[in-house]
Design a protein around this ligand. Structure first.
Ligand SMILES: *[C@@H]1O[C@H](CO)[C@@H](O)[C@H](O)[C@H]1NC(C)=O
Length: 115
């Protein structure tokens, strides 16, 4: 913000591969995603479950415990979670729950988990 050039304000976002249990799997954007302040962000999340399930995005800011960003309970956005300007739509047809934000800030630098 302020005097900081945009190129210095590159936002580093880390996402880790989602865990797998049995035949049910969650796959999310892997590794680090570096984007500039003010840019849109999309982190991908797809799943393979035999039935409709509840989905979550968690965010872990540096030095803090993970917190729930948003949740979808069996196809219904619960409205719970800290959100922080993020949104995700549960597409049951595509089996996806991509995380999206229109314009990221430096403070969005964190680890994001799809579960
Ligand atoms: C998300 O998926 C789209 C379409 O497959 C791809 O173009 C994009 O690079 C992916 N984004 C990330 C951050 O993995």
């Amino acid at each position: 913000p302020g005097m900081t050039p945009a190129w210095l304000s590159a936002v580093l976002l880390t996402a880790l591969l989602g865990g797998a249990s049995g035949a049910d799997t969650v796959t999310q954007t892997e590794g680090s995603v570096g984007i500039s302040q003010g840019d849109p962000l999309r982190l991908n999340c797809t799943y393979q479950f035999s039935f409709t399930t509840s989905l979550f995005w968690y965010v872990q800011y540096p030095g803090q415990a993970p917190r729930m960003l948003l949740e979808d309970l069996a196809g219904q956005n619960s409205g719970e979670g800290i959100r922080e300007g993020f949104d995700a739509t549960h597409e049951t047809k595509d089996k996806s729950f991509h995380l999206w934000k229109a314009s990221v800030e430096l403070s969005d630098s964190a680890t994001y988990y799809c579960a």
